[in-house]
Design a protein around this ligand. Sequence first.
Ligand SMILES: C=C(OP(=O)(O)O)C(=O)O
Ligand SMILES: [Mg+2]
Length: 573
Amino acid sequence: MAKQLKGIAASDGVAIAKAYMLVDPDLSFDKKTIDNPDAEIKRLQDALDASKAELELIKSKAAKSLGEEEAEVFEAHITILSDPELIGNIEDKIKNDSVNAEQALKDVTDGFIETFEAMTDNQYMQERAGDIRDVTKRVLSHLLGVELPNPALIDSEVVVVTHDLTPSDTAQLDRKFVKGFITDIGGRTSHSAIMSRTLEIPAIVGSEKATTDIKAGDTIVIDGMHGLALVNPDADEVAKYQKMQKDFLAQKAEWEKLRDEKTSSKDGVHFDLAANIGTPDDIKGVIDNGAEAVGLFRSEFLYMDSSELPTEDDQFEAYKQVVSGMNGKQVVIRTMDIGGDKQLPYLPLPDEMNPFLGYRAIRISLDRTDLFRTQLRALLRASAYGKLAIMFPMIATVAEFKKAKAIFEDEKQKMVKAGTKIGDNIQVGMMMEIPAAAMIADKLAKYVDFFSIGTNDLIQYSFAADRGNEKVSYLYQPYNPSLLRLIKNTIDASHKEGKWTGMCGEMAGDQTAVPILMGLGLDEFSMSATSVLKTRSLMKRLDTKEMKKLADKAVTEAETNDDVIKLVNDAIK
Ligand SMILES: C=C(OP(=O)(O)O)C(=O)O
Ligand SMILES: [Mg+2]
C-alpha cells in the first residue's frame, strides 16, 4: 500500500501525475578567500549567462501560456542581469576583496536592495528591490549548481507539491500541465484553496508534510474530494483512483445537463445561484457553469494582479467587462478587500501582530478615501452597462456602513450633475462577516439594500480560529448552531425590512449546508462556479417545507457541528 497523506479537501476531482517540487532549494554557501580572481570572474560570467538563457526560455514560455503581461517580469530580470553597474561592482568586489563570486554577489546585491527598499515613497524602486532579490537567487543557484524550480517551464503533466501557494503563484499555474496540487499549510477557505476551485484543479491544502514526505518524480494521486494523497500507489490503487476519476467526470457530465435550467426546489421555490469571481476572465466559467448571477467579484484581485495602483479607467474597463459580460444578470462587486492575507506590493501596510484583525478592507477605504472614491467612480461608470450591485467588505458597525454609503452617494451625485451615464438602480449592500454586525443585523438592515454573508471570515471571527491555519482547522465549523444562529439572525432581519440576503462564503456551495440554508430562507447562494451545477441538482431534490423543519432543529435542538451533520444526513438520504 502506498504512503498516504491526509490534508484538507480543497478542490474536487482526482489527479494522478508525477510530483513537481515547487520548493526553494538550499542556497547557503561559505565565504571563501580566493587567489585567482580571473577564474572567479569567469565563474560569475558563466552563471550570469546561464541565468540569462534560462530567463529567455521562461519568458517565451510564459508569454505563450500566460500572456505577454505575465512575461514582462522576466524581461525586467534579464535587464538587471545586463546592468553594467551591478555586474561591474560584483567583479570589483571579487578582485579587491579576494572573495568568492557567491559572497561578492550577495554583498553587492544586498547593498542595492537595502538602498531601494529605503525609498519608501518610491514604489518603482521598491519593486526593483524584489526583482534584484529574485535575480540574485537565480544566479546563486547556477554558481552553486542547484536547480531552482521554474513553474513556467513545466511541460508535462504534474502534481505541484509546495509549502504554500500565494494567489499570484496559483494564477501562474498552467492548467494544461498542472493536474493537481498539495500544500503543507492553508485551510479550506484560504485564498489558494478558493483559487484552485476557480481553476478546477483538484487540490489538497494543509497536509503539513507534503514537501518533506514527497520527492520530485514520485507518482502522486490527489483525491480532492476526500483530502487524501497517495505517494507511489501500486497498480490496484491506481486503477481504483482512475475509476474514481472516471466516475467524477461522468457525474459532472450529468450535472452539465442542468446548465440552462432555473434553480428551484422540489416544491418550486426559486433560489438565485450565483458564482464568485476574482478576475473578469472568470466570467467564462460563470457562464459555462450556468450561474444566474455573479454574487461576489473580489475586486482586490485587480489590485493584486497589477504592479501599480490601477487607475479609474483600468478599473472601469474591468468592471464594465464583467457587468456587460453577464448580459443583464446581476453582478455584485465588492470594494477592495486588502489586508489580512492579501497584500499589495505598492501599498505597504504597517506590520501588525494580527493582520486579520487589523487595518484591512473597508477600514482602509474609509481612511484612504482617495483610493475608495476612485474605485466608486469606476464602479458607477460601469453600472451603465448592466445590473450592478456594490457591497462593502468587513463592515462592523452601523456608522461604518453609513460613512461608506455617504461617500458613494456623494460620488454618485457628482456624476449625475456632470451628466455621466450611470445605472438606474444600483443596490448598495454589505458583507456580513463580523459577529458584532450579525448581532445587530436588524439595525443594519434599515440602511442596506442587501446582506451577503461572508462565512469564511464570519467563521474565523466567531471561533477565533485563523482560516489559513491548518492546526486549528477543526474549528472551521459551518454547521455549528452558534454560526447558524448568526446566519438566521441576518436572514430574518433582512426579510423584516423587505431586503434580501445572499451568501458568498464557501459555505454557500457546501452540500451539507445547502439544505439548512434553504430552510433558513437564504435568497442567493454564491459559490465557486464549479459548484453551481451540483448545487442546482441537489436543490431540485429538496422540499423547502421539509428543509425549514430541518433548519429549525439544527438551530434550536442541535448542540454541535456533528449533531447537525447527522440531522442533515438523516433528512436528505
Ligand atoms: C467571501 C468572503 O470573503 P473573502 O473570502 O474574500 O474574505 C468571506 O469572508 O466569506
Ligand atoms: Mg471575507
